[in-house]
Design a protein around this ligand. Structure first.
Ligand SMILES: [Zn+2]
Length: 105
């Protein structure tokens, strides 16, 4: 029997592996000090601008990080300073805010 391959990704908070479709994807496209936080998915941004954004399409190019749509996972990620290690310092507070919105929506 043919099985559909479901992409599995790990949640940054609880470290559990889940189908990609159940997770929120955060994308980092390029990195530089001249970084900018993007609030929505965008496809037509200038390629010179590094971006961190929540990828609703789950297909945008760049390095993806995943987190469950669960407030506890966000708390865990926050406690272990996961995003602080991955993203430019000034991006992190905005990212937390955006993820909170995303989860409580
Ligand atoms: Zn999780």
């Amino acid at each position: 029997m043919l099985q559909k391959r479901i992409p599995i990704r790990m949640c940054t908070g609880c470290r559990k592996r889940k189908p990609k479709s159940e997770l929120i994807r955060i994308v980092k496209a390029k990195s530089s000090s001249n970084f900018k936080f993007c609030y929505t998915e965008q496809t037509n941004f200038p390629s010179s601008d590094p971006l961190i954004f929540i990828d609703h399409t789950k297909k945008s190019a760049g390095r993806g990080t995943y987190i469950c749509k669960d407030y506890d996972c966000l708390k865990k990620a926050r406690k272990s300073k996961k995003f602080e290690k991955m993203y430019p310092f000034k991006a992190v507070p905005d990212l937390y805010l955006k993820l909170e919105e995303e989860i409580t929506r």
